[in-house]
Write a protein of this length. Structure first.
Length: 324
């Protein structure tokens, strides 16, 4: 008998529509001969399952069930692809834990920790992993231009601490840009991270593990046409993505080993993507970890799966079956 998979998308962040595109990607990747698939769209206002005939039906939050043609459907597995709250920060993970429904991502603690960029950086520093110098600023307190320049320096990045990574991010070059950048970031998160600028080669590296296998994908080199890898670079093609990255075999191996180590340090589950910047002297600096990486046909992970010579359907099956 086929298992039923709910692909959970939407959410309440600015990346709602991107999440819906990822859901479409995952729907196309999962083997439909093995699984029954439904996309479920969540927001604070509604939870709805998208039915095969194109209609929508409400989801009962008591048991995550919904009706399809008179039949009560309770999914066997939740594939979470929400970028932002509540699917990337542990909230939805806690809900599925309470219901006993297995899900695709890291657990509550790891999801919450990786969603808070500053918390994650401070934690991984304790394991000797290089990260940029940074500080956290709360919306209620703010910070002066002088303190930013003195403690972090210019140029720097001002970004929401807890949100998806595409909105509210500014590369700040002058004092005059600091307060407007803070205001933009506070639109997305009550806490904002101010991070020192690092000049180098930007990379993205995906990984997943099951009881039977450990898979680290080929690395993608990110060459943005913009000041940094922003929303337009990610989703409007204003970027060159080179997979595998133009790195020496030795540096490639070091990055991939670090990705695998970070996965184990945190106790991750499912597919993650670790973003890095390689600075002078081939120093590997971690930028952030994405525990619900984009899964559109042109996203990094599908690119890396293809470059590895793997079938994305097999990868999806690995993720799902590892929970049963």
């Amino acid at each position: 008998m086929k298992r039923t998979i709910a692909i959970i998308a939407g959410g309440d962040s600015s990346e709602h529509e991107v999440s819906m595109k990822s859901a479409e990607g995952i729907y196309s990747f999962i083997d439909k001969e093995k699984y029954n698939l439904y996309i479920v769209e969540l927001t604070k206002k509604y939870w709805e399952a998208l039915l095969p005939d194109g209609t929508r039906t409400p989801v009962d939050k008591n048991d995550f069930s919904f009706q399809d043609n008179g039949n009560k459907i309770i999914p066997d597995f939740a594939y979470i692809t929400i970028h932002g709250t509540p699917g990337e920060n542990g909230i939805l993970q806690g809900y599925f834990e309470l219901l006993g429904i297995p899900y695709s991502t890291c657990d509550v603690l790891v999801s919450a920790m990786t969603f808070s960029k500053f918390t994650l950086n401070q934690y991984l520093k304790g394991f000797g992993i290089r990260v940029a110098e940074s500080m956290l600023v709360n919306k209620r307190h703010g910070i002066s231009d002088e303190d930013v320049v003195e403690k972090i320096g210019l140029p720097c990045f001002i970004k929401p601490n807890a949100s998806g990574s595409s909105f509210g991010v500014t590369k700040v070059k002058t004092r005059e840009q600091i307060q407007p950048a803070l205001e933009a970031a506070f639109q997305e998160s009550d806490d904002v991270m101010i991070e020192a600028f690092m000049d180098g080669i930007e990379l993205a590296n995906g990984c997943y593990k099951t009881a039977e296998k450990s898979v680290v994908f080929p690395i993608t080199e990110v060459v943005s046409q913009n000041e940094f890898f922003d929303y337009n670079a990610k989703y409007k093609g204003e970027v060159t993505e080179i997979t595998p990255a133009r790195l020496s075999p030795e540096l490639t191996e070091r990055v991939q080993k670090l990705t695998s180590a970070i996965y184990d340090i945190l106790g991750c589950r499912g597919i993650i993507r670790v973003d890095y910047i390689i600075t002078e002297g081939e120093k590997i600096n971690m930028l952030e970890i994405n525990t619900t990486p984009g899964m559109t046909a042109t996203s990094f992970i599908p690119q890396q799966v293809k470059a590895a010579g793997l079938d994305i359907k097999d990868v999806m099956t690995d993720i799902i079956e590892s929970h049963f």
